[in-house]
Design a binder for this molecule. Structure first.
Ligand code: SF4
Length: 448
């Protein structure tokens, strides 16, 4: 059982030195008990206390890493039920199903799809992270060669799904260095799967027919020393599966119930045959509280909305989403193209760059670091005024790219035009539209 805040407090140094980031040991103990702080934040905790506190200091939902190398997927590690309480930590992984009964051309097409459907937004590359290889053939040799083929031809993280321990062992051996997720331990094979997980060092999914059975299995596996677990409550009905997600999350976070303190895997691919419905079901689990979401297939239209939803939900609400400061060429600009400037609040960037793209007018867009604040807010805070914009424009390198000296500023900071003409000697400052929707018409009428 996890320790209470008072029990943790008794084990702390009680010097109230504040080096952990909160003013008192009691406040730190309470945060630790709530999973909002890490024990390592206190530099003075004794080794003896450390040992006793290790359970209390572990996140209520243990983090699990799938894969190795450059892009392993970390799931779990969550500490709050609702995003606004603090933030969600690790976005769910999206997995594309590949069956060992598919022809090799289809396998390769799916691997290519995972590689190609990547989207660059707000400085991040968004895409699916996993392929779920399913042993539908029942043939261990076929499954092993599929795992081997995927390992050699894709850098996606891998889930190995089979009802046969023998087939899983063969495939896991072929892809062992990629640390695939083994799916799944059940009440019928739990001992053999525990042995395989220990031998390979791979994370292990646990599949049950209901939460009570799930608890029995995780108790058994953790007693055997296996803690890298991913939970499947077994339901393939949306309502039951959704309820299971909420119960698992709240049991782990609110009740501190360790047997359910692991990330989950959900399988919309087994809940419907309708691709549209499957995407909608997946979107529900992106919001609450899937750790891995396995899809039977996807294309740009179904994957992109899920990626954007995931990005939004797993963005830290305490830190504005910002675009990197710099020069953004849009529609292949040249030395005569207009130069616009705006703030680095991502929503502003998306809207302005989208409208410029729509206009089809080649344009240079300067993005000034305003700590993620919008045009008006950053202007009001003194982070987007003439004295900070001017040095940025001069250092940005835009003078090497555009031969004219005209700068278009957002209509909302028209008051800065005079100050900018003083700061930027030789430049003409033009006041652009206030609203993004008016940018295309403005650009089409622009003359160098
Ligand atoms: S750093 Fe440790 S000793 Fe100092 S206030 Fe925090 S918990 Fe107490």
């Amino acid at each position: 059982m996890p320790l209470t805040g008072i029990e943790i407090f008794k084990l702390l140094p009680k010097t109230n030195c504040g080096r952990c980031g909160v003013p008192t040991c009691l406040a730190f103990a309470m945060n630790l008990a709530a999973g909002k702080s890490e024990l390592s934040a206190c530099p003075d905790v004794s080794e003896e206390a450390q040992a006793k506190l290790s359970e209390a200091s572990a996140p209520p939902i243990l983090p699990v890493t799938i894969g190795s190398g450059a892009k392993p997927l970390k799931i779990g590690g969550e500490t709050v039920m609702f995003r606004h309480e603090k933030r969600f930590e690790n976005p769910p992984g999206l997995a594309l199903l590949i069956s060992d009964t598919m022809p090799s051309s289809e396998v390769d097409a799916r691997l290519k799809k995972c590689k190609d459907l990547q989207y660059y937004r707000v400085g991040l590359t968004l895409g699916s992270e996993l392929v779920a290889l399913r042993n539908d053939s029942g043939d261990a040799g076929k499954f092993e060669s599929l795992a081997s083929h995927v390992k050699q031809n894709s850098d996606c993280n891998i889930i190995l799904m089979s009802q046969s321990v023998e087939a899983l062992a063969a495939a896991a051996k072929a892809a062992a260095d990629r640390k695939p997720l083994l799916y799944a331990a059940t009440k019928d094979n739990v001992d053999a799967m525990a042995k395989l997980a220990k031998e390979t060092g791979c994370p292990l999914a646990v599949k049950a027919s209901g939460l009570e059975e799930l608890v029995e299995l995780t108790n058994k596996l953790t007693a055997a020393g296996i803690k890298n677990l991913v939970l499947d409550s077994g339901s393939r009905k949306l309502r039951q599966s959704f309820e299971d997600q909420v119960i698992i999350r709240s049991a782990a976070l609110v009740k501190k119930f360790r047997p359910l303190g692991f990330p989950t895997i959900v399988l919309p691919c087994e809940m419907t045959d309708d691709p549209m419905k499957e995407a909608v079901i997946a979107s529900i689990f992106v919001a609450k509280y899937g750790g891995i979401i396995v899809l039977s297939d996807f294309n740009g239209e179904s994957l992109f909305p899920l990626l954007v939803e995931r990005l939004n939900i797993f963005t830290d609400p305490q830190r504005p989403l910002a675009t990197t400061e710099g020069i953004y060429p849009i529609n292949n600009p040249d030395e005569n193209s207009p130069v616009l400037i705006t703030s680095n609040f991502s929503l502003t960037y998306f809207i302005v760059s989208g409208e410029i793209e729509n206009s089809k007018v080649p344009t240079w867009l300067l993005i000034k670091d305003t700590e993620g604040l919008s045009v008006m807010t950053s202007w009001a805070a003194g982070k987007f005024s003439a004295d900070v914009i001017a040095p940025f424009v001069l250092k940005s390198g835009i003078t090497d790219k555009a031969k004219h000296r005209k700068l278009v500023i957002p209509g909302y900071i028209a008051a800065e035009s005079g100050g900018l003409e003083e700061e930027l000697a030789g430049w003409e400052i033009l006041v652009g539209p206030r609203e993004g929707a008016h940018i295309p018409a403005y650009l089409k009428a622009w003359k160098p």
